[in-house]
Design a binder for this molecule. Structure first.
Ligand code: AQP
Length: 361
């Protein structure tokens, strides 16, 4: 069976990019997978604090993220759903991996460069630029924690959006170097470290949903402009308004071309990926349903209706989840964490034994 791992930061209610690019795939892997598959889905709170977080808001958003995961159809009886911080092995493996991770490789990560506000050609290790707030080590080593999350469960498959492809490549490289140093297929140890699987990246067909306000940037929770994203819990009115104000262009008619008409094409993509079984392709939506005689206003109304209809059941289940008592949710998350910990502790122990790091009883 497959071992699936993925994570989401508790930095706000998930948006359509998270949902179409990653989360919907998580549910598919749960409901359509092999009975022997195991799935670990983590709310990665320790990743969230690589940028400043308000403590009360972080608590609230962790709860909202958990409610969102259940609302989209994840089931704690079928998937292990837990908060990263509840399984301390993540940070321990991260330290071990840090001792093997290349600073040069980390410095080339595009997420680090963009979050650190660096130009593409800047020296990635020059962290003391004048007039800039000091760059933080945790932001730089974000991909090492991510590699720890994945390798800790010996994951074979990782469903993520396209923006994470580079981090997954880094994870494989790091896993591979640990394997070369420490893996022994068999030996005197009772708990041999046989090496990590080098996990495959799974991208859903909607690899990258773009911002409604700047279709050259990905839709993101951290964008200060709330109109740039549609949350999976937005009301029909909010969805109508955000799509109505989405940035498009002044070319007459509806056509699909991601390069020359990124805003319009993003809206068509959203409509297509909301219900792939209904339409043949984004190009077909553009040509057959609309075409040059239709206005962007009509397109936007249709996209908004499709999105609002698709999200309605999720919004209802989300509200039910948020009405549960905190104790009830905590207990459920605690059960998820202890299941995750069972696997995590065993895998970490094997690696540590192979490295000569002993437990002193
Ligand atoms: N726009 C997107 N299109 C497709 N997939 C996306 N993902 C994120 N944005 C898009 C995927 O969603 C999963 C969870 O990612 P995250 O929790 O890091 O969410 P985020 O929206 O990326 O969060 P932030 O706060 O906005 O952080 P930045 O700006 O750093 O990305 C992942 O699988 C991700 O690929």
């Amino acid at each position: 069976g497959k071992i699936i791992f993925s994570g989401i930061q508790p930095t706000g209610v998930p948006h359509l990019g998270n949902y179409l690019g990653a989360l919907r795939q998580w549910v598919k892997l749960q409901d359509e997978g092999h009975p022997k598959d195991r799935r670990f889905y983590s709310i990665v709170d320790l990743h969230a604090i690589t940028v400043p977080q308000d403590p009360q808001l972080l608590v609230q958003r962790t709860r909202e993220t958990y409610a969102s995961l259940i609302a989209i159809g994840l089931d704690p009886n079928k998937s292990v759903i837990f908060a990263q911080q509840d399984v301390l092995e993540h940070t321990q493996l991260m330290w071990i991996l840090s001792c093997h991770a290349s600073m040069g490789y980390l410095g080339r990560m595009t997420q680090w460069k963009s979050k650190a506000g660096m130009a593409d050609n800047a020296d990635p290790l020059e962290t003391s630029a004048p007039n800039k707030p000091a760059l933080k080590l945790g932001l730089f080593s974000y991909p090492v924690l991510q590699a720890a999350d994945i390798l800790l469960y010996n994951a074979t498959h990782v469903p993520v959006g396209e923006d994470q492809a580079q981090h997954l490549e880094f994870t494989r490289e790091l896993g591979n170097s640990i394997n070369h140093l420490y893996a022994k297929p068999s030996g005197p140890s009772r708990v041999p470290f046989k090496g990590f699987f080098l996990p495959q990246t799974i991208h859903s067909p909607a690899k990258r949903i773009m911002s409604l306000q700047d279709p050259t940037k990905k839709m993101s929770k951290s964008d200060p402009d709330e109109r740039s994203r549609i949350l999976i819990t937005d009301s029909r009115d909010e969805i109508n308004l955000k799509i109505k104000h989405a940035l498009t262009d002044s070319v007459p008619g509806v056509s699909y071309d991601r390069d020359s008409r990124p805003g319009v094409s993003n809206l068509i993509d959203i409509m297509y990926y909301m219900d792939e079984s209904k339409y043949g392709s984004p190009e077909e939506i553009a040509a057959d349903m609309f075409g040059k005689d239709f206005s962007l206003k009509v397109l936007k109304e249709q996209v908004a209706t499709t999105v609002a209809d698709g999200l309605e059941p999720i919004r209802e289940r989300y509200n039910e989840q948020m009405a549960r008592s905190l104790e009830d949710v905590d207990a459920e998350m605690g059960r998820g964490a202890s299941m995750a910990k069972g696997t995590a502790a065993m895998n970490l122990q094997r690696l540590k034994a192979a490295m000569g790091i002993r437990q002193h009883k």
